[in-house]
Ligand binder design. Structure first.
Ligand code: ADP
Length: 262
């Protein structure tokens, strides 16, 4: 529990530092892209080399802006548009895209639990987060394998929450994303959420995928846990608080609540 608290405090501090830099950087990038835009619009047509140079500069600036957005997500300074959604529907809607982006050697299995509670979350960002997890799973299965996405309702009690400073007791929908890939050693696992931590080759990984997922889910009132062992694959569990507003969906009864996972 003490190590978990230290880890949470470290993530908090890194988040504050990163957020400050990312915020200022984002403002400066807007100055760059805004002025490049003016240049692009007013270049004389007889100067194609200048146009190419301006285009290249704009592409670089836009890539930098994308990275900055992920850092803002990690530091929980991202503007979100939460709405009430059915997580099973969102995941089902991603199925085709997942099959396409994972390739033929990886099978995808989606296991929605019956009567999963609704959640209130930014749907685009949740899709983005799940896609990031799927891409990580793909990278961990170069010889092929299986990706499983499972949902369940769960209740985290006060006893459970007391052991983990990031967890508030209550009802959650858990989305488990599992792969049959390489898994992570203890050192990788300890640093996986940190921005810029990557074990991938230069140019292949930015080390911002999991940190973005972490920040976004924390900002949405949930939390993320990773279970992984070398040679035994990886499971990432995303806990999202149950939607508490005016429910149009019938309430699940206690008997239907899935037991809590590992
Ligand atoms: P990136 O994918 O750009 O490296 P991430 O933050 O998404 O950045 O992941 C950080 C590191 O965590 C990865 O480089 C990899 O070592 C490890 N990792 C993430 N997901 C998995 C997975 N599903 N299986 C094995 N290792 C993983």
């Amino acid at each position: 529990a003490e190590a978990a608290l230290r880890q949470a405090q470290k993530m908090e501090t890194v988040g504050q530092l990163t957020g400050g830099v990312a915020h200022d950087f984002n403002n400066l990038l807007q100055v760059v892209t805004g002025n490049l835009d003016i240049l692009q619009r007013n270049l004389p047509p007889e100067q194609p080399r200048l146009a190419r140079a301006a285009d290249a500069a704009m592409q670089g600036a836009q890539r930098a802006a994308m990275l900055t957005q992920r850092l803002l997500a990690f530091s929980r300074r991202q503007p979100l548009a939460p709405e009430r959604i059915d997580p099973n529907r969102l995941i089902a809607g991603m199925s085709d895209m997942l099959h396409r982006s994972l390739g033929e050697t990886i099978s995808v299995e989606i296991l929605p639990s019956a009567r999963t509670w609704p959640v209130e979350i930014d749907a685009n960002q949740l899709e983005n987060a799940l896609l990031n997890l799927a891409i990580n799973a793909r990278d961990a299965m170069p010889e092929g394998g299986k990706l499983t996405i499972e949902t369940a309702n769960t209740h985290l009690d006060a006893h459970y929450a007391a052991r983990d400073s990031e967890v508030a007791p209550g009802q959650y929908v858990v989305i488990c994303v599992s792969d049959t890939g390489t898994g992570m050693d203890a050192d990788t696992l300890a640093h996986a959420f940190e921005p810029f931590f990557t074990t991938k080759e230069v140019g292949r990984g930015t080390g911002l995928g999991l940190s973005m997922v972490y920040g976004f889910i924390r900002q949405s009132g949930g939390h993320v846990r990773i279970y992984s062992e070398p040679g035994h694959g990886t499971t990432v569990k995303i806990y999202l608080p149950r939607y508490r507003g005016q429910a149009h969906v019938p309430e699940a009864t206690a008997a239907e609540v899935a037991p809590q996972g590992k």
